[in-house]
Design a protein around this ligand. Structure first.
Ligand SMILES: [Zn+2]
Length: 165
């Protein structure tokens, strides 16, 4: 009897679990109404770069090294390179993730304000500002990066004419 009750409990739990699994629909918060100022776009780049550093450091500790093609058995990946040398797609992924985090902070009512100019800030932001990939949107003149898909300032769909002039 005890076993039967236990068994039905397991069955119930499994049913419950599968119902929950089926019903799960991801609902990311709509952040399209939040815009970022130029200083926050620079912050986004700093966060994206550091996220890559953290990812690469964790991979390195797991024994991963650089390889021209991804090979899970050899633990090789083309992404084990400095952020600036990453593929456009990978950079765009890191940037989009960082941007959504900053936008969410703003949407939740937080304000991100720089209260002092640290040495690290100067080093990181200056490097980002001097990045050859920094361009301006042809529609609004806002700060954009090469291969960025949409302008954050005006929503203009960007293409190579925006960074090739
Ligand atoms: Zn624009």
């Amino acid at each position: 009897m005890v076993r039967l009750i236990f068994f039905s409990y397991i069955c119930m739990k499994e049913t419950l679990k599968s119902e929950i699994m089926e019903e799960y629909i991801p609902k990311p918060i709509d952040l399209s109404d939040v815009s970022l100022t130029d200083d926050l776009i620079e912050l986004r780049e700093a966060i994206a770069e550091n996220a890559h550093e953290i990812w690469a450091e964790n991979r390195r500790l797991e024994g991963w090294t650089y390889g021209p093609v991804r090979d899970d058995k050899k633990k090789q990946t083309p992404d084990m390179v400095p952020y600036k040398d990453l593929s456009d797609g990978e950079k765009e992924y890191d940037r989009a993730t960082a941007m959504r985090s900053i936008k969410l902070l703003k949407k939740l009512g937080y304000d991100v304000v720089k209260v002092q100019e640290t040495e690290l800030y100067k080093e990181m932001i200056e490097r980002i500002r001097n990045n050859k990939e920094q361009y301006h949107c042809s529609n609004c003149g806002g700060f954009i990066f090469k291969h960025q898909v949409f302008c954050e300032h005006c929503g203009h769909k960007l293409d190579k004419t925006d960074w090739e002039g």
